[in-house]
Design a protein. Structure first.
Length: 301
């Protein structure tokens, strides 16, 4: 990474050794400086990122994916006010191009469709695109090149703090076996959080540094805690509203997919329907260690 103006929140570029891709990211307030750069006039894909106050995702984030022959033209359009045909929600933009300018219009359309699909599958943010086009047909060799390009993008973007396209445990294996293998190598033991009296029983793992409650886990269907932690309560409600938590009998709800949480305490609170200390609530049944003890393993007193 190269911090163009020397500040972590400003305009930056990112590359990977021996990868032809090139990434530029900037806050909206630096859009003029971004548009002055040569790579912004190339063919490629751009991602607009911001907050969505009406988001049903736990993150509250919103994302828009687009492509263009001259990305600068599209960014000028999106920089207008909403009533003038622009987009107001975004406060950061990421541009994906190629150092050797070999990304064509067809490649960009393929990448756009695949990134829209990735954002839809990940369910980490509200997708602001009105349509979700299918990837266009490309020659076999080009498909292989673009899939490799995407695999590198999936490494770079999380390093920049952009997780909206990051697949969860169950989504990694079909499209990217290598990424799935590396992630599972870094997975924790399976931790369990139970409240037998109410039928609550959930399983979770820390996978590639993200705390993930696993599909099939059973949580409380109604929030019973105080309002001291409104963020956790809102996450609980959002997961119910989009059927990620599906109501069942006896006041319980079941996770219909893996869900990534910001912390083990956030996960425990959503499962229990009240605030909970995730570091002690999640227990490894095979060793009896709680999550906090597992994190501190190997540290000498």
């Amino acid at each position: 990474m190269y911090l163009v103006d020397g500040t972590p929140g400003g305009l930056l570029t990112a590359e990977i050794m021996n990868w032809t891709g090139h990434v530029v990211a900037a806050p909206r307030s630096d859009i003029a400086d971004l548009l002055a750069r040569e790579e912004v006039r190339r063919t490629g894909v751009y991602v607009l990122l911001g907050d969505d106050p009406e988001s049903q995702s736990p993150s509250g984030k919103a994302v828009y994916v687009g492509e263009g022959d001259d990305i600068a033209v599209r960014l000028r359009q999106h920089s207008r006010a909403e009533e003038a045909g622009g987009k107001d929600f975004w406060d950061r933009v990421v541009i994906l191009t190629s150092k050797d300018a070999n990304v064509t219009k067809a490649h960009a359309r393929y990448l756009e469709a695949r990134l829209i699909n990735a954002a839809t599958s990940a369910k980490r943010a509200t997708l602001m695109n009105g349509t979700a086009p299918a990837p266009i047909h490309l020659p076999e060799a080009d498909v292989s090149d673009m899939e490799y390009y995407l695999s590198q993008v999936q490494i770079v973007l999380p390093v920049l703090g952009i997780t909206e396209f990051r697949p969860t445990r169950g989504q990694m294996a079909p499209d990217n076996p290598s990424a799935a293998g590396h992630a599972m190598e870094r997975a924790s033991p399976t931790f369990r959080f139970e409240v037998p009296r109410y039928g609550i029983a959930a399983l979770a793992q820390e996978i590639d540094a993200e705390f993930t409650v696993l599909e099939g886990s059973v949580a409380r269907a109604d929030w019973v805690g105080t309002h001291r932690h409104p963020g956790y309560q809102q996450q609980h409600a959002a997961l119910l509203s989009d059927d990620t938590l599906r109501r069942e009998e006896n006041g319980l709800a079941r996770f219909t997919q893996d869900v990534v949480f910001s912390s083990p305490s956030a996960a425990a609170a959503v499962v229990a329907g009240r605030s909970a200390n995730g570091r002690i609530s999640w227990i490894d049944a095979s060793t009896g260690m709680n999550f906090g003890e597992w994190q501190s393993r190997g540290i000498a007193e």
